[in-house]
Design a protein around this ligand. Structure first.
Ligand code: SAH
Length: 221
């Protein structure tokens, strides 16, 4: 990711980002790698100008097409769960639900390569612009239905799903490398954030916390 000019505006947003990092720490995010990455990515550049002033508040914001940029706490929590206690971190990660590209930019700082799928063409184009503006080149984006995963690039060391299916898609657990983790919200109105880890042929499931995501919708538009 390119560094920014040191203008008064950049310093203002950088200070807000550091406050957000303190807030995340206070809410239980403790992986220093994740806190560092959250402190680097300029979230205000992923939202419309009208929302830039509130870009570092801990809440989702509209990005058009009835979709949202995820709440920073959730991005941090999912990234922490994806990395686990592993050192070195996962090499190859798949994200389902690119949206405006923010989670991609966070992951880009922590893993070797990010593959990300978005079903809405208009949002994917937005994400491409945001990532290009920051000179992020380790993310490969695809317009498609995330329910299918990305079989040509499987297996993945980690998969993160940023929209909620009603059950764990088998197509995604099938694309996990041994030891790899799938982090995803599951449910309708009531959703839980789950981690599914592949240990050989076995899948170990852990529930993290209740969450609320937009639904994972089949097909593309
Ligand atoms: N990762 C984003 C959050 C995007 S919100 C961030 O960093 O803020 C969830 C996204 O999932 C939406 O853009 C939505 O269009 C997308 N989505 C929903 N169903 C999908 C599917 N089947 N395949 C791919 N993307 C999907």
């Amino acid at each position: 990711m390119t560094s920014h000019d040191d203008s008064p505006e950049d310093r203002h947003f950088a200070a807000q980002r550091q406050q957000l990092v303190s807030h995340l720490r206070g809410h239980g995010i403790c992986d220093e790698r994740v806190l560092w990455a959250m402190g680097q990515v300029p979230r205000h550049l992923f939202v419309e100008t009208a929302y830039q002033d509130v870009a570092y508040e801990d809440r989702p914001l509209p990005i058009g097409q009835e979709q949202t940029i995820s709440q920073p706490y959730i991005v941090a929590r999912m990234t922490e769960a994806l990395l686990g206690a592993t050192e070195p971190p996962p090499r190859k990660v798949l994200e389902i639900g690119t949206g405006c590209g923010y989670q991609c930019a966070v992951l880009d700082l922590l893993v070797e390569h990010v593959y990300s799928i978005e079903r809405l063409h208009a949002l994917l184009e937005q994400a491409r612009e945001h990532l290009a503006a920051l000179a992020i080149h380790n993310c490969t984006l695809r317009h498609g239905d995330g329910f299918a995963g990305w079989p040509e690039e499987a297996p993945f060391d980690g998969i993160v799903v940023t929209a909620a299916p009603t059950s764990i898609p088998e197509s995604l657990t099938a694309q996990l490398a041994d030891g790899g983790r799938l982090v995803l919200p599951v449910g309708h109105a009531q959703q839980n954030l789950l981690v599914v880890q592949r240990c050989g042929n076995e899948l170990r499931e852990t529930m993290l916390e209740p969450v609320r995501f937009v639904p994972l919708v089949p097909g593309v538009a």
